[in-house]
Design a protein around this ligand. Structure first.
Ligand code: PGA
Length: 255
């Protein structure tokens, strides 16, 4: 696990976008695993800028999103379909038919989840998976105590997660209670992983997941077993890390 500590979130977003850009330049028909939430918004802004000003080409890119809420209108604010169109897909030249966000409203969700997994496999797997992290250590919507080998499925959201994402819904009673999410096993098969965490609310999750024992109680801790995982954190999110100086030194010496 490589831990990169940046001063500010804006710096982390640019660094993250450059890591993705470098992968895109190496493989034109790259398969991107994408995330939603507040954290990746500036990274998507930077990718959109790279497309507009530097001609970064998305025409052969395929994308798979981590998750989507159940029982929401995909055309409306609050859904992750809407989020991705707003923050990335409408701003770059990715082909709509090459973008995939779980259809969490499917009547047969089990079949839908299996089809999502099969489609990822048929595209050769995910080359780079972008992740945020919940305050409870979730990745995707894999909540604490989930199976560390789980696949794409319906998952119930914890109260913490519902409260953290209330903004788009206004109140808890309007907030979805479940979502379809890629599993931990699905995420771990990505060839490369890039997790971003900014702000002091992520401090505990980063401490537990980077330096704690691997445990389903802190789902992102499983990334310690991934052989190509990079974690970009700002100083606020990194503040409780025991080895903070070591990570800084190691990164600076590798520059
Ligand atoms: P956030 O969410 O980026 O809005 O903090 C991250 C997550 O819950 O995975």
């Amino acid at each position: 696990m490589q831990v990169i500590i940046v001063k500010k979130a804006s710096e982390g977003a640019i660094l993250g976008a450059n890591i993705i850009k470098n992968e895109m330049l190496k493989k034109k028909n790259i398969v991107l695993g994408l995330a939603t939430g507040r954290t990746p918004i500036s990274l998507y802004e930077e990718l959109a800028r790279m497309h507009k000003e530097e001609g970064l080409d998305f025409s052969d890119v395929t994308s798979f999103n981590l998750d989507e809420y159940c029982n929401v209108d995909f055309e409306k604010e609050g859904s992750y379909h809407f989020f991705m169109n707003k923050h990335l897909f409408s701003k770059v030249n990715i082909k709509k038919e090459n973008t995939n966000v779980p259809n969490a409203n499917a009547l047969d969700l089990e079949k839908e989840c299996k089809a999502y997994e099969d489609k990822i496999k048929s595209k050769g797997g995910i080359d780079i998976q972008l992740l945020g992290i919940g305050q409870d250590g979730h990745i995707g919507f894999n909540e604490p105590s989930c199976s560390l080998s789980s696949r794409t499925r319906k998952e119930f959201l914890t109260l913490d997660t519902r409260e953290a994402n209330i903004d788009d819904y206004g109140s808890l009673d309007k907030m979805p209670i479940s979502a379809v999410t890629m599993g931990i096993g699905t995420i771990m098969e990505a060839k490369k992983i890039l997790l971003l965490a900014f702000g002091k609310s992520k401090r505990r999750a980063i401490k537990e997941c980077v330096e704690g024992g691997v445990s389903s109680l802190w789902p992102a801790s499983i990334l310690q077993f991934h052989n190509d995982a990079t974690i970009i954190v700002d100083e606020e999110a990194a503040a409780d890390l025991y080895n903070i100086n070591y990570y800084k030194q190691k990164y600076e010496e590798n520059l």
